[in-house]
Ligand binder design. Sequence first.
Ligand code: ARG
Length: 592
Amino acid sequence: LSAAAAADAIHAGSIKQRLAAAFQQSLDAAFPSMAGEPAIVVPCGNPKFGDYQCNNAMALHGKMKGKPDAPKNPRAVAEALLANLPETGMVAETSLAGPGFINIRISPEWLAQHITSMMRDGISTWVPAGYAGRRVVVDFSSPNVAKEMHVGHLRSTIIGDTIARTLEFAGADVKRLNHIGDWGTQFGMLIQYIAEKRPEGLNAASDEDVADLQVLYRAAKLRFDEEEDFKTRAREAVTELQGGRPEYLQAWQRICDASRREFQKLYDRLDVTLEERGESFYNPMLKPVVDDLMERGVAELSDGAKCVFVEGGQNPLIVQKTDGGFGYASTDMAAIKHRIHEEKADWIIYVTDAGQAPHFDLVFAGAAKAGYLPADRTVRIDHVGFGLVLGEDGKKFKSRSGDVVRLVELLDEAKKRITATVKERRPDATDEEVEEAAAAMGYGAVKYADLKNHRTTNYRFSYDDMLSQQGNTAVYQLYAHARIASIVRKSGRDMAQVAASSSVVLGHEKEVALGLQIARFSDAVDDALSELLPHRLTEYLYDLSAAFNQFYVECQVNGSPEEDSRLLLSEATALIMRTCFQLLGIRVLYRI
Ligand code: ARG
């Protein structure tokens, strides 16, 4: 970083990023031999001592032993870091603890000023640095045509959407790609099954045949598994389809369309947008990619299959099978190349169940070997794996009848169950209002329950838990927001006017705590993105609600001498909550 860029870094981004930038400047100045060693700032473990802390002194001291500028002990390192800390305006006081921990207290005046400007100019003061302008592909949802869309796909849809929304909020240019399984051998089986059901042939096939794809899939699969001859004919159908025979392509299209209509019902309920770019899109690229890999010696023949062997990999990546067919891995190799070379992505994120980690490890290693992923690490690549959804009994999630769970029904059930509560709480509400609130809470509850745990843990799907009005749930959070909205509404004041004419003042201890919590939104966004962990956002939201409650217990808002400032602080809390809902894909409610 140039000196000017380093100075700018102190005044942009999340609180943690700004403090880290300040300590970086100090570290580079105090210890030129250690310049570039990253300064690390984390929230203080115990709020009694400070809001943030910098723990670099101990490690720096260890690394500097024997060097001419080495201080005598870690405490002396910490003292030098403090002596060189540039003026930021954001630090109220610092203290040294133990062998060399630096505790930092954020200035209430600084917080007040930034919250005031957020109320005047918008939330951009709290956007973390480092994401604006990045071109990110998020590959999520990605169900398979004519196969069941299971809860794993629901998780991928919810987690992927939140990651995409959060990146968009942070200024990234996001491409949301739905890598649908719309190509492969299952189509031969389906098309052949339809053809044989219709004596007039495939030309006469209609939407009726594909009205219930799960039923069609099951019937075709049964026949495929039981009848040798049918299996042979189904394989021939795959060849016809791949050869581009028109009726076969039309039948394939019809199946895909029917599937697409089903998927869309779910996306509509969830407010999720996706660009469909299924496996078939990469079909024309498969052969050229494999030929190129063979020519350059990246792939080699092994038992008749074309394989990319990667260092440390137990199995090779098979880019073309012995029978000449291309599979899941072939498509992912073509896709990664396309995303980097054509889409110009500098970050690619794949959201699937954790079970696919070995597949992605191989694809990433293969793409590095092929040179698709530049060696200078300018393209970041992540597999965002997640755990299983379990039934309330802790076993595999299934419907009461034992069938696969239809996801749309599951969402509708959550909505149905919360409707009674909504009516009870607001007997005056119109039908539309009940409908709006039940949808926000019901669908929001399913999303929130999915996002609130560390994504790699398995969680139990429980309507009672997720729809509870207490605890860390969407319903609780939506009520908390509506309560603040009602406090502000009762003041009868125009908040834009209050913001223009008054400023936030953080005097009471609980006001300071709430102000800090509001500003920490920026850290939560950065944490959620740097590790791709959406639960950082729900955890943050929960802490924010708690900070507001503690403030509200001790600080009168309406009718107090501090009314203007406290109204602004309340509205700032509500604004941050709404922004969190937006990132979590949850609709906002103002009255419930
Ligand atoms: N269709 C796959 C499945 O259902 C997920 C695809 C994920 N994306 C990818 N590029 N492989 O398991």
